[in-house]
Design a protein around this ligand. Structure first.
Ligand code: PLP
Length: 339
């Protein structure tokens, strides 16, 4: 099994510390739930007594509610007319919809008066949002403006956030929802902006205490092999005597979606291109650590398991739990064990 082991006390202590340092914190639970799963995060956010939970897309609202979330939910991805799920949520009193285009505001004003909305502003991200020159003359009709949203790049700038906030407040008074400010910058932001503020936080909340998290894979099989012996789907030759170790964790879990950094030199990329990724994988370092070192893939990872080459003499046996490096936003774990 591919397992996310969580030191529950340390993990939750971090949640409490951040909540206390960030007044108006809005936990974000979206996608794969940062590795923990959306349902797990919904329960943590309930325990944190957060008044609002942010999800990425409309479909995720049902998931967090089924997990026990009962309070307001903000959908971060801006509404589009072709998204039926998001459209149905406009009439749900517990859901706040993000809107990012003047034309969409006009459509909602007409078709869903009374909907709770947050209007997103264009920032240096340039992903979604109204430009400040579109704010003058903005007619919200009977839409309920729950806030203005400012979604900054990861290197969020206090100056930009404050300027946008003040421009928005000129158009209408509403809470200011920001992302990606440092805790100190957010404090300053609050002191410079009249009214209420909120900060939406995912990564820094759920993954901000890395020492509380340990990812492991179960050893499923160990076979001695001889140099030159063929193995795997692609029948590559084993480079030297040693052992093949089969571990949990494959492409379905999101293991090794990227070539490891060690393969990124020009020469190596040329080798990869000429021989095909699968045979190059025989030399690729895997994210699995056995006997204190990362080990090579014997071939490209399979759907739910990976075959590794481990030199003879390294002690490893079926049932061992071995460390594996995972990118948390792309990994699907078989289980999350919170101690
Ligand atoms: C995903 C998202 C966040 C949270 O981002 P993290 O980097 O995980 O904290 C905040 N705001 C918006 C609009 C988002 O889409």
């Amino acid at each position: 099994m591919l397992t996310l082991n969580v030191d529950g006390a340390a993990w939750r202590q971090h949640h409490h510390d951040l909540r206390d340092a960030v007044p108006g914190l809005v936990p974000v639970a979206k996608g794969n739930g940062y590795g923990f799963g959306l349902d797990g995060l919904a329960r943590e956010a309930m325990a944190l007594q957060a008044p609002t939970l942010a999800v990425g897309i409309g479909r995720e609202v049902e998931t967090v509610r089924l997990a026990g979330w009962t309070r307001d939910v903000v959908v971060l991805n801006p509404w589009r007319s072709f998204d039926d799920v998001a459209t149905a949520l406009l009439d749900d009193p517990g859901v706040i919809t993000t809107v990012s285009r003047a034309g969409d505001i006009a459509a909602l004003r007409r078709d869903h008066p009374g909907a709770r909305i947050i209007v997103e502003l264009d920032t240096s991200m340039h992903r979604h949002g109204l430009r400040t020159d579109e704010l003058a003359g903005l007619d919200l009709g009977d839409l309920r403006l729950e806030g203005w949203a400012v979604h900054l790049p990861s290197t969020g700038s206090l100056t930009e956030a404050t300027a946008l906030a003040l421009a928005a407040l000129d158009a209408a008074r509403a809470p200011l929802w920001v992302s990606h400010l440092s805790v100190d910058d957010y404090r300053t932001f609050r002191s410079q902006v009249p009214g209420q503020t909120r900060m939406r936080v995912g990564t820094r909340l759920w993954l901000g205490a890395p020492d509380a998290l340990r990812t492991t894979a179960t050893v499923l099989d160990v076979h001695p092999v001889r140099r030159g012996q063929r193995l795997g789907y692609h029948q590559h030759k084993v480079p030297r005597d040693g052992q093949i170790v089969v571990v949990s964790g494959g492409t379905a879990h999101g293991i090794a979606l990227q070539a490891p950094a060690s393969l990124r030199t020009l020469r190596q990329r040329a080798v990869t291109a000429s021989e095909g990724l699968l045979s190059a994988a025989g030399r690729q370092l895997s994210p699995f650590t056995i006997g204190g070192r990362k080990r090579s893939f014997a071939e490209a990872p399979h759907m739910q398991a990976s075959m590794l080459f481990v030199p003879a003499g390294v002690e490893v046996k079926v049932g061992d739990e071995v460390p594996v490096t995972c990118r948390m936003t792309t990994t699907t774990f078989d289980r999350v064990l919170i101690s």
